[in-house]
Every structure is written in structure tokens, then in C-alpha cells.
Write a protein that binds this ligand. Structure first.
Ligand SMILES: C[S@@+](CC[C@H](N)C(=O)[O-])C[C@H]1O[C@@H](n2cnc3c(N)ncnc32)[C@H](O)[C@@H]1O
Length: 178
């Protein structure tokens, strides 16, 4: 199975990682690693490969990242990942399914927010006390459900970046334990 080719959303997240990551001694989970572009950026920023875990449901994506010496795990969201991280990064499948697109790397379910809602459910168990997540969503992704859930879980949500692309806006959210 092919993996997600880096696209505008991927490059948007790499820009934000370069701007926001100051401490290089952190343990990071690159969830839904795809081509591994975010792991590659983390390495370029000076984060040790041994402190990066790349995960995906797509095996072929993981083989590529493994070649760079990054730790890998095949996992549906956090299902096989017991640890906590200082940073979790996730450019998830965030579009609603349509007759043109129902691929697991782009569509997050019927409404588009299903994978994100599942991610938020377990996120608090995987952040260190001062840990945070960077989550990418789109103006086409329903926001109400995942934000309500995040607040119920005691998470603080801040929109830290917006990018206008052809037919939608992309957002990056910083999510922290309050
Ligand atoms: C939009 S792509 C992003 C890929 C890469 N991180 C990037 O920024 O280009 C979403 C990735 O999430 C993976 N994915 C989808 N559902 C997942 C799940 N439930 N658990 C883990 N990974 C998932 C897909 O296989 C795909 O590689």
C-alpha cells in the first residue's frame, strides 16, 4: 500500500514544528507518520532519533521511517502505545468521506472528525505533565465534538497557526494538560 505523499498540510506542520520546538531534549510521538516527513523534521531540528517514535496503521509507511533509525510501531492511534510523550504531533485524516475520497490517509470517517475524536479520548493518558500536542485540522473538519471532549478531559486548546489553501483553511492546535 502506498503512503501519503507530503502535501500542503504536511509542509504547514513542518513549518510550525520549526517555529515552536525550542527544547530538543524531548520525547516525541509522530502519530500517523506517513512518509515520515515530520520525523525527518524532528531529526533536522536536533531531536535524538531514540527519542522519536513514529506510528501508523500503514505498514509500508513505517518501513521507510525505520530505515532512518527511528523507532516505529504499527498502531491504531494509541492502541499499542503505552508511553507518555512531551510532544505528540498528528496530521490526521481530517476530511469527511465523499464519493470521490474514502482513503484512510485523508478521510477521518463519515463526518471527518471521527479519528480526531478517538485521538482526543486517549491523548491525556499519553502526555507528560508539561506535555503538549500539535494537531492539524481543516475548515472542512467538524470542530464541535472534539473540542467539547477535549475540554471535558481538562485539556487546553489554542489555535497557533492558520493557513489558507485553495478551497479550505488549515489550522494547527496546541493542546495541553491544564
Ligand atoms: C494526512 S496523512 C499525514 C502523514 C504525515 N504525517 C504528513 O504530515 O504528511 C495521515 C496519516 O495518518 C495515518 N492514519 C490514519 N488513521 C490512523 C490511525 N487510526 N492510527 C494511526 N495512523 C493513522 C495514515 O495512514 C496517514 O499516514
Amino acid at each position: 500500500m502506498a503512503f501519503y505523499n507530503p502535501s500542503e498540510d504536511s509542509y504547514f506542520l513542518t513549518e510550525v514544528l520549526k517555529e515552536k520546538i525550542k527544547d530538543k531534549k524531548i520525547k516525541v510521538l509522530d502519530l500517523g507518520t506517513g512518509s515520515g516527513i515530520q520525523s525527518q523534521t524532528l531529526i533536522e531540528l536536533g531531536i535524538s532519533k531514540k527519542n522519536i517514535l513514529a506510528s501508523d496503521i500503514n505498514k509500508s509507511a513505517l518501513q521507510q521511517v525505520k530505515k532512518w533509525g527511528v523507532n516505529i510501531i504499527e498502531s491504531n492511534l494509541f492502541s499499542k502505545i503505552p508511553e507518555k510523550f512531551d510532544l505528540v504531533i498528528f496530521n490526521p485524516p481530517y476530511l469527511p468521506e465523499s464519493e470521490f475520497d474514502n482513503e484512510p490517509d485523508t478521510t477521518g470517517g463519515k463526518n471527518g472528525d471521527e479519528v480526531i475524536v478517538e485521538f482526543i479520548k486517549n491523548l491525556p493518558n499519553h502526555l507528560t505533565i508539561s506535555g503538549r500536542a500539535f494537531l492539524l485540522t481543516s475548515s472542512l473538519t467538524p470542530e464541535k465534538k472534539w473540542k467539547k471532549l477535549a475540554k471535558e478531559k481538562g485539556l487546553k486548546i489554542t489555535k497557533i497557526a492558520t493557513k489558507k489553501i485553495f478551497f479550505e483553511e488549515l489550522y494547527i492546535w496546541e493542546i495541553e494538560v491544564q
